[in-house]
Design a binder for this molecule. Structure first.
Ligand SMILES: [Zn+2]
Length: 203
């Protein structure tokens, strides 16, 4: 993907007629929450701001930096700050408003390259931005891309369905299951389905 093409593209061109969904999981005890907004903005950053204004209705700033290195490796980094809602019992405080605006502008003006550069640690970035604020840095959490979609669960459902229903789902002799969360598809062909049904009968 040539960099010039990437730089000229906007979010709508890259993402098509989709929507932007933010899924928040609070752990196994609580229901997961999903907020959906249309793709509105030239960049992913602007789309995210649109989401925060529309769905969360809180002040937040997100800054992202992306680069394609000479060895064709993508690097990305980001920072998000969010203003926590004021407690109802607390009166409006002009000083806090002012501090928020200053910190928000600092993040807005950041050079995106600061965020994806390999030689600057996140701690240094935070210190440079907020050293006046007595910041506290929590232990870093590793990020990984994964979802909870289960191939086995789909197999169990298909094995338990009555034959007529399985037949009604077939298109050109096969069933295509789309995992809506990650948009991965699994194709079950005639012999996969027969095997599933035979296995279902044995269990
Ligand atoms: Zn998935």
């Amino acid at each position: 993907m040539p960099t010039s093409w990437f730089e000229k593209s906007n979010a709508a061109q890259l993402l098509g007629e989709g929507y932007l969904a933010f899924t928040v999981e609070h752990g196994p005890e609580r229901e997961r929450y999903q907020g959906i907004v249309e793709i509105d903005g030239r960049t992913l950053e602007q789309c995210a701001h649109h989401y925060f204004q529309q769905s969360v209705q809180c002040d937040a700033v997100l800054k992202l930096g992306v680069s394609l290195s000479e060895d064709k490796t993508w690097r990305t980094g980001g920072i998000m700050i969010q203003r926590l809602p004021r407690k109802e019992s607390m009166p409006p405080n002009a000083k806090i408003d002012e501090v928020w605006k200053q910190r928000r502008d600092l993040v807005r003006k950041m050079e995106p390259s600061t965020l994806h550069g390999s030689c600057i640690s996140p701690f240094t970035v935070l210190f440079e931005l907020f050293n006046r604020d007595n910041i506290r840095v929590y232990e870093a959490k590793k990020l990984c891309a994964k979802c909870n979609c289960s191939y086995e669960r789909v197999e169990l459902v298909l094995a338990a369905l009555p034959n007529e229903e399985v037949e009604s789902w077939k298109v050109n002799g096969k069933i295509v299951v789309t995992y809506e969360f990650c948009n991965i598809q699994t194709i079950f062909r005639e012999d996969d389905l027969t095997e599933l049904r035979d296995r279902g009968k044995l269990e």
